[in-house]
Design a protein around this ligand. Structure first.
Ligand SMILES: Nc1ncnc2c1ncn2[C@@H]1O[C@H](COP(=O)(O)OP(=O)(O)O)[C@@H](O)[C@H]1O
Ligand SMILES: [Mg+2]
Length: 324
């Protein structure tokens, strides 16, 4: 077995751009599809570096065991001294917006006012009373806009949670959150790899809340619909993303501090800017899928930056192996 990178993944649709860049950089790689599985704690993991690309929305693709299984596997890998890019600490933030918000606050960043609720209907109704209107709901463990819904009245909210439209979050934690008004019809997403700022994009919000920049990300479709329409929808959706040019902002240093402090190697930070110019960060994504249209138009390549990071880590890990 050659020394290389092991990619932990659960969504095959997000693999081609990464595969392409790993091949181009001549990095030896193996793909580990993580959903169901087993490993022996007395076994030693293979030598090499690991890249964790497990998504908090894996359960929406019927990969219901991915998150729990990955969490345990990361501990086994790290306990055996393996370098995991976006390892156990980053993953504990990835699957919980509550932990992201606490961590963002610890480095002095503003997050939206949020109430954390165990998703029992009575508790939800009680919690909502103290939430200024309008507010939105979102899943603590999610992505792809899971559970995002805007409410203008308590009656509307109470009625919603009694219907089949209300989907219980996978970890049973629902967030009630301040709706941040912005004078602009877009949010900003800041892409970082290995503490380096890559670029920022704007995502147009006038058509709704689902904002994964990759082609083929769509929440509200059945699998069949997705396959039928994926190309067309992918193209339409790509128009929603544009480069935010000349973005040099002190918030970038704060994001770097966050990554250092909480051992996050790859992240896409999302913020909304208010009319007073305040930037409120509300989401941190570890499994970024870069927008192909933005990258093509501007000669950018996020996956190449990830391949470079892997290369560096492989060199360091092979040095460690030689020294031991
Ligand atoms: N507090 C908020 N105020 C206004 N819009 C929001 C807020 N939180 C989320 N949104 C909108 O919903 C989208 C998805 O929310 P986000 O927290 O990023 O969830 P996910 O993890 O599912 O991507 C955001 O990109 C933004 O357009
Ligand atoms: Mg988001």
């Amino acid at each position: 077995m050659k020394f290389g990178v092991y990619v932990l993944f659960e969504n095959p649709e997000w693999m081609p751009p990464l595969r392409r860049e790993l091949k181009r950089a001549e990095i030896h790689f193996e793909e580990w599809f993580i959903n169901k599985g087993h490993f022996d704690l007395s076994d030693v993991p293979p030598e090499g570096v690991f890249l964790n690309r497990i998504s908090p929305s894996s359960h929406t693709r019927d990969h219901t065991e991915s998150i729990n299984f990955t969490r345990e596997m990361l501990i086994w890998l790290e306990s055996n001294g393996r370098r995991v890019i976006n390892g156990s600490h980053a993953f504990s933030l990835e699957i919980s917006k509550v932990r992201q918000y606490q961590a963002l606050r610890e480095v002095g960043l503003r997050t939206p006012h949020t109430i954390v609720v165990s998703s029992d209907p009575d508790e939800l109704k009680k919690a909502a009373i103290s939430m200024p209107l309008p507010f939105l709901t979102k899943h603590n463990c999610g992505g792809k806009g899971l559970g995002i819904r805007l409410f203008h009245s308590l009656e509307e909210f109470d009625e919603h949670i009694g219907t089949s439209d209300y989907q219980k979050p996978v970890d049973s934690i629902l967030l009630l959150q301040e709706y941040i008004e912005s004078p602009d019809p877009y949010i900003t997403r800041v892409e970082m790899v290995g503490e380096k700022f890559l670029y920022a994009i704007n995502s147009n919000t006038s058509q709704g809340f689902e904002l994964c920049p990759a082609e083929g990300c769509d929440t509200n479709n059945t699998t069949d619909e997705l396959h039928e329409n994926v190309e067309e929808k992918g193209r339409d959706r790509q128009n929603l993303f544009s480069l935010r040019e000349d973005f040099f902002d002190p918030i970038i240093d704060k994001y770097k501090e966050y990554m250092r402090k909480f051992s996050v190697d790859i992240a896409g930070f999302e913020f909304i800017e208010t009319s007073s110019g305040e930037k409120i960060t509300y989401d941190v994504n570890g499994t970024t899928n870069y927008s192909p249209s933005v990258e093509e138009r501007h000669g950018l390549n996020g996956m190449a930056a990830i391949a470079e990071l892997i290369s560096r880590e492989l060199k360091a890990a092979s040095q460690d192996t030689k020294n031991n």
